[in-house]
Design a protein around this ligand. Structure first.
Ligand SMILES: Cc1cc2nc3c(=O)[nH]c(=O)nc-3n(C[C@H](O)[C@H](O)[C@H](O)COP(=O)(O)O)c2cc1C
Length: 328
């Protein structure tokens, strides 16, 4: 059982915010496989106030997606607080503040990961948002700005300040901002965070690609739960494995090629319903690439799917490689 503010979850595993991926389709699939709380991709504070923004397929929100966390990024406390209010009006059940994004275009504007070396501004933003909304507020953090730990003090200040200001959970990706996605996530720091702030809900993030990784890191670090990002792309089965693990159920064998094909097709059809055809075909390629990892003829299938230019071709290749695969 995991409790974030008034949100109660049976399994301590959430699907992370993943820019360019965690749209309504990926979130619905994750839910179908057992995850109870998912996050929107990061949204710019200034944009969420515009009606047109919510019509963009990447930011669509379905009525049945409950509970759901909305994540915002920005550098102005007032605009962040206004954006948080819009998220609540739109139906989000939790507001997550992105103080972690390492993308150069985000950092250049003093947003995201820049907060990891500007704890004063980070806490000002948090306080404004905290007072603006009644729903749970969480922070997405990295463990420092620089790889050499010299700036870890900002991290501790943000954690301590947010906790005394009533944060509902800290979501910590065990890497420095400068590191982006290089090297390994540092779960030792996660253990230290949990030791220091034992009464706060701490969620860990980083390099969880299998159910066993989750079990090991949770046990070793003592965190209350985890968020999964890359391990869930083209792999909603990870949430089935985790549900079984936490329920103590006998694990279902890995999906057959046909089952992978069925989910792949379902995913593509949902994407094709949401986006214009060309956009859907191109956008879907990055998901296909991960689904193909489970196919014995991965490279051939990948090439075939990447070459598709129309929705009909995508469906045809899925049929050929996943449903009639013995003949290929
Ligand atoms: C393509 C990509 C997009 C991401 N977008 C976001 C985002 O919008 N918000 C966020 O907080 N983290 C984002 N992250 C970071 C992940 O949520 C996660 O913390 C990180 O990838 C480590 O977890 P993983 O090893 O499970 O991927 C992104 C990561 C990737 C690879």
């Amino acid at each position: 059982m995991l409790k974030i503010g008034d949100i109660q979850l049976k399994m301590p595993v959430l699907q992370s915010a993943i820019s360019g991926y965690s749209d309504v389709v990926m979130r619905r699939l994750a839910r179908q496989f057992g995850v109870e709380l998912t996050f929107s991709p990061v949204m710019l504070d200034k944009s969420v106030a515009y009606r047109k923004f919510w019509k963009k397929p990447a930011f669509c929100l379905a009525d049945d997606e409950k509970p759901i966390g909305g994540q915002i990024v920005g550098a102005d406390p007032q605009t962040m607080a206004a954006a948080a209010k819009v998220l609540v009006e739109k139906g989000f059940d939790l507001v997550d503040l992105n103080f972690a994004c390492p993308a150069p275009k985000v950092l250049r504007r003093g947003r995201g990961g820049e907060m990891m070396r500007n704890s004063k501004l980070a806490l000002e933003i948090f306080q404004r948002v905290r007072s603006a909304v009644q729903v749970p507020v969480t922070l997405k953090l990295r463990t420092s700005y620089y790889e050499n730990d010299s700036e870890r003090e900002h991290f501790w200040q943000i954690c301590a300040g947010a906790i005394s200001g009533g944060v509902d959970a800290l979501i910590v990706h065990g890497r420095a901002v400068e590191q982006r996605y290089r090297g390994k996530a540092d779960w030792e720091v996660l253990a230290q965070v949990k030791q220091r702030f034992n009464d706060t809900v701490i969620l860990g993030s980083g390099d969880l690609f299998k159910a066993d990784d989750v079990a090991d890191e949770m046990r070793l670090s003592g965190v209350d739960g985890v968020v999964i990002a890359r391990g869930a792309i083209g792999n909603p089965w990870i949430f089935r494995e985790l549900t079984e693990l936490f329920n103590g159920d006998e694990p279902t064998p890995p999906p057959s090629v046909t089952e992978v094909g069925q989910v792949l097709l379902q995913h593509f059809n949902m994407v094709a319903d949401l986006y214009p055809e060309h956009k859907a075909v191109v956008y879907f390629r990055k998901f296909s690439a991960n689904y193909c990892r489970r196919h014995p003829k991965r490279k051939k299938v990948l090439l075939a799917l990447m070459a598709c230019k129309t929705a009909e071709q995508v469906r045809g290749e899925i049929e050929r490689w996943f449903f009639n695969f013995e003949n290929n």
